[in-house]
Design a binder for this molecule. Structure first.
Ligand SMILES: C[S@@+](CC[C@H](N)C(=O)[O-])C[C@H]1O[C@@H](n2cnc3c(N)ncnc32)[C@H](O)[C@@H]1O
Ligand code: SF4
Length: 400
């Protein structure tokens, strides 16, 4: 990774035809949820090494500095930015003015497309109507709340600090503030969650009136507090059959409430409700990820930033790129990646991308009822509902 972050010339060839997005990572949380292994730090974790540099008071300025670096690296690339997604961590631990300032840096350096989608993630306990109004007035038009569950004992196992009911209130407050698009994130398969608990969470989520929902199977990540608790036998592990049942329950509840799936873990009430920023990742467009540990991709070159907020601040303070490493994707890497990502989409993936072994596997998946017949006849691999339950296994065979 060169110190100035310069890209090889081939990365920018044909850039004008690809949309450009920005991901801004905010690496701070008030407390750490036991299941989470994202690159995020509580105040006590930040004390010590790089504590002063890494303070959240300086953070918006550091991200603005990286956006200016992006402008230099991308040169006279004329593309206005199509999507901005502020994620975390807990972006809403920063003042609303800080999030608006970071967005302002993108607007100043690149310009925003007229119909730009500008999202922030938010924890339900960290916002109020005035905060949401300030974000909306500052140009944010989409917000994603981490609801996870409506049941108190499930929220407790997940170490979530909000009270049941608060995420639904957040949706109403966001709508009142003028947000056009609102998402709720849910998690299923938490130890101690029953089918009825999950149904109650789904009812509460769709009843709140978001236009987008994401539902993720709980992943027990190595090294997390939850993994340790499961290993010690304090909480039970959820098995795959339960996850599959919960997925079916979710899909039915969402479809009944007027949502359609457009990616295995994502449903929206309309085309306009889909998350454009995620679609940009899934379709291999260009995005610049700013912040500690953030990943970027431009024209087949992928790079990632140093992970610690102190090291990130130090690099930018010294006028250097915070990039820690990068790779240039070979054509075969890009083919495999396209299959991995596009098979999870409702539009599926072109059969023409598959090699003979992958094509033979697709034929078997069709015979097993895991791929849609009509789409297959038209040259695409599209997962059926049963296929979605086994998406990881299906895709492993298709990339051969
Ligand atoms: C990393 S969080 C950031 C947003 C915000 N801090 C929050 O917690 O809502 C984004 C989403 O990832 C999902 N997530 C994080 N860790 C997960 C895990 N181990 N298994 C499944 N989903 C997870 C949660 O649904 C969460 O809302
Ligand atoms: S609030 Fe979100 S980012 Fe922070 S620890 Fe919990 S799940 Fe992870």
């Amino acid at each position: 990774m060169p110190e100035d972050g310069a890209l090889p010339a081939h990365a920018l060839e044909g850039a004008g035809e690809r949309p450009l997005g920005f991901y801004l990572h905010v690496p701070y949380c008030a407390t750490r949820c036991g299941y989470c292994d994202f690159n995020t730090y509580t105040a006590s974790e930040l004390r010590g090494a790089g504590g002063v540099l890494a303070s959240r008071d300086n953070y918006a300025g550091q991200v603005a500095e990286e956006v200016r670096l992006a402008r230099k690296v991308l040169g006279d690339d004329p593309r206005p930015v199509r999507t901005v997604f502020v994620g975390g961590g807990t972006p809403t631990l920063l003042a609303a003015g800080d999030l608006v300032r970071m967005l302002g840096a993108i607007r100043d350096e690149f310009g925003l497309a007229d119909d730009a989608e500008v999202t922030t993630e938010a924890n339900p306990e960290s916002v109020d109507p005035a905060y949401l109004e300030e974000l909306r007035a500052g140009g944010f038009n989409r917000i994603s709340f981490g609801m996870q569950s409506a049941r108190p004992h499930v929220l407790r196992i997940l170490d979530r600090t909000h009270t049941p009911g608060r995420p639904e209130q957040c949706v109403a407050e966001a709508r009142a503030a003028g947000f056009e698009h609102v998402n709720l994130d849910l998690i299923y398969g938490t130890p101690g969650e029953s089918d009825d608990d999950w149904r109650a969470s789904l009812d509460a989520a769709v009843g709140a009136g978001p236009d987008h929902v994401s539902a993720y199977a709980l992943i027990v990540e190595e090294g997390t507090q939850l993994a340790r608790r499961i290993r010690r036998g304090e909480v039970p592990m959820t098995d795959d059959d339960v996850h599959a049942d919960r997925y079916l329950i979710a899909d039915e509840a969402f479809e009944k409430a007027g949502f359609s799936w457009y990616e295995v873990s994502n449903w929206a009430t309309s085309e306009a409700g889909r998350c454009l920023h995620n679609e940009l990742y899934w379709r291999g467009a260009d995005w610049w990820g700013a912040g500690p540990g953030a990943h970027s991709h431009v024209g087949g070159v992928r790079w990632w930033n140093v992970k610690h907020p102190g090291a990130y601040a130090a690099a930018l303070g010294a006028g250097k790129s915070p990039g820690a490493g990068r790779e240039v994707l070979a054509d075969e890497d890009r083919r495999v990646e396209r299959i991995l990502l596009e098979l999870r989409l409702r539009e599926g993936v072109e059969l023409a991308l598959l090699k003979p072994a992958g094509l033979a596997a697709a034929g078997r998946a069709l015979g097993d009822g895991l791929l849609e017949e009509e789409a297959y006849a038209a040259g695409r691999a599209v997962l059926t509902l049963r296929g979605r339950l086994l998406a990881d296994a299906v895709v492993r065979d298709l990339v051969d």
